[in-house]
Design a protein around this ligand. Structure first.
Ligand code: FDM
Ligand code: MG
Length: 212
């Protein structure tokens, strides 16, 4: 923290099953970074505030039905509609902490039976995260936490399949974090690793593209 903020921001993603604790960890991480003087925004996908996001939300709450391929492409388009904003924020030095990204996009659709490579296709070329935290919890333990809402995928059988696909997607940007630890222990890992990633981006690490 010597002098000006000239480098880019980091793209940090949290992934995991429903009830893994992603949303609270994201919020805590973003406010911690902010308290440390980092320019940061907390985002989430799906972004339900856009026109496409509202279609997604209506699908998730079972008010509408869509073919698996169609909803897959909508989730992807919902990221693409934010792509130039993501890139300009990062370039301007803002770190983004995002609750779900392409991995959720692929994991849920593959769990429903779509082809893995087909699912990755529309995601290819999106900004690639510098760091992905996978909040690791088994579907059974997550379900036992209670608090599943009534949304379409909030069911043990689906979550079990999604868990398997998530684990097959792990790449070098992933850090698995045992999500059964205390909130504070998880948060301290996230803070430490995020600060490292932010420093690397500050000192010139290039922004990569998803699945290219
Ligand atoms: N989901 C989320 C997908 O199926 N594809 C995606 O690309 C994304 C980002 O939507 F069940 C699923 C995962 C979850 C649901 O997400 C809504 P939140 O985080 O629970 O709002
Ligand atoms: Mg949910």
């Amino acid at each position: 923290s010597s002098g000006e903020n000239t480098g880019r921001g980091a793209l940090i993603v949290l992934e995991g099953l429903d009830r893994s604790g992603k949303s609270s960890q994201c919020a805590q991480l973003a406010s911690y970074l902010e308290s440390q003087g980092v320019a940061v925004e907390a985002w989430r996908f799906p972004d339900r505030t856009t026109a496409m996001g509202r279609m997604i939300s209506s699908y998730l709450s079972c008010q509408t039905d869509l073919d698996a391929a169609a909803i897959h492409l909508l989730f992807s388009a919902n990221r693409w509609e934010k792509c130039s904003l993501m890139e300009s924020k990062l370039k301007a030095g803002t770190t983004l902490v995002i609750d779900r990204y392409s991995y959720s996009g692929v994991a849920f659709s593959v769990a429903k039976g779509l082809d893995l490579d087909w699912c990755k296709g529309p995601e290819a070329g999106l900004p690639a995260p510098d760091l992905v935290f996978y909040l690791d919890i088994s579907a059974e333990v997550a379900a036992a936490r209670g608090g599943y809402g009534g949304e379409r995928y909030e069911k043990l059988e689906i979550q079990k399949k999604v868990e398997k696909v998530f684990k097959s997607l792990k790449d070098t940007t992933w850090q698995s974090v045992d999500a059964t630890q205390s909130i504070d222990s998880i948060q301290s890992v996230l803070r430490e690793e995020s600060v490292k990633a932010i420093n690397e981006c500050q000192s010139g690490k290039q922004l990569m593209q998803m699945w290219l």
